[in-house]
Design a binder for this molecule. Structure first.
Ligand SMILES: Nc1nc2c(ncn2[C@@H]2O[C@H](COP(=O)(O)OP(=O)(O)O)[C@@H](O)[C@H]2O)c(=O)[nH]1
Ligand SMILES: [Mg+2]
Length: 210
C-alpha cells in the first residue's frame, strides 16, 4: 500500500527486490546508489549478520517527480533469499507495492530460481497478496556468465503465465539495465496506483458529460 500524506503533499511506494541467494539483489541496489543523482536518493543502508556476509536487507530510497504536486518517493528493499531468513522476507514483503524478481542466469541456478519464486508466491499469499495482482518485473541477471541459460528458457521457467511480467536481461555488476528495471517497476506501480484512484474517486463532471 502506498503511503499518501496530503499534509506534506507526498506519496511513497515500496519496491522489494527478491530472488535466490547471490542472484545480484544487493548489486542492483548498490549500482543504483552509484548511478543516481546523490541529491535525489538516500544513503545506502545495509544490515548484515555478524556471522557471514548474508544481509538481513539493504535499503535505498529514491525521489522522483512522478506525481504532479506531490513529492514521490520509492523505497527500495532487498531481502535475503535464504529460507532461514523467511521471517525477514515476509516482514519486508508486507505492504509491498511492487516486486523485482532477480533471477540468476547461470544454468545450475535454475532450480534455486524456481524455489525462490515459489517461496515468494507462498509468502505473498500469507500476506493476502498475490503475483497476479502485484506489479512485478523479472530481471535475468548475470547475462555475461559463460554458462548462462538461454533467455527463452528463463522465460519458460519463470514467465510462463497468463499475465506475463515485463522482463529484462541484465548485468547488474556493470550496471546494465539496472535503472531500466527500476524504471519499469515504478511505471507499473504508478499505473496501478492511478487505476486504483480512478476506481475509488467519484465520477467527475468531465466524465459525466462524456
Ligand atoms: N558475473 C556476474 N556476477 C554478478 C552480476 N551481478 C552480481 N554479480 C555477483 O554475484 C555475487 C552476488 O551478488 P549479490 O548482489 O551480493 O547477491 P544477493 O545475494 O542477491 O544480494 C557477487 O559476487 C556479485 O558481484 C552480473 O551481472 N554478472
Ligand atoms: Mg544481498
Amino acid at each position: 500500500m502506498p503511503t499518501v500524506r496530503h499534509d506534506e503533499r507526498s506519496v511513497s511506494f515500496k519496491i522489494v527486490y527478491c530472488g535466490t541467494p547471490l542472484s545480484g539483489k544487493t548489486t542492483n541496489i548498490s549500482q543504483l546508489h552509484a548511478r543516481l543523482d546523490p541529491g535525489s536518493r538516500s544513503d545506502l543502508v545495509s544490515l548484515s549478520t555478524v556471522a557471514d556476509r548474508t544481509l538481513f536487507f539493504d535499503f535505498l530510497s529514491v525521489q522522483t517527480a512522478a506525481i504532479p504536486g506531490y513529492g514521490t518517493t520509492f523505497h527500495l528493499y532487498t531481502v535475503p533469499g535464504q529460507i532461514t531468513y523467511n521471517a525477514t522476507l515476509q516482514l519486508v514483503l508486507r505492504e509491498a507495492d511492487g516486486v523485482v524478481f532477480v533471477a540468476d542466469s547461470q544454468m545450475d541456478r535454475q532450480r534455486a530460481n524456481i524455489q525462490a519464486f515459489q517461496n515468494l508466491e507462498a509468502n505473498l499469499r500469507l500476506n493476502g497478496s498475490s503475483l497476479d495482482h502485484l506489479p512485478v518485473v523479472l530481471q535475468y541477471n548475470k547475462r555475461d556468465v559463460p554458462n548462462a541459460a538461454p533467455v527463452e528458457y528463463l522465460e519458460f521457467l519463470l514467465n510462463n503465465r497468463a499475465r506475463r511480467f515485463i522482463s529484462f536481461e541484465a548485468e547488474a555488476k556493470k550496471g546494465r539495465n539496472v535503472i531500466a528495471t527500476l524504471n519499469a517497476i515504478s511505471q507499473s506501480i504508478l499505473v496501478n496506483f492511478r487505476n486504483q484512484l480512478m476506481s475509488t474517486q467519484p465520477v467527475g463532471p468531465a466524465l459525466a458529460v462524456a
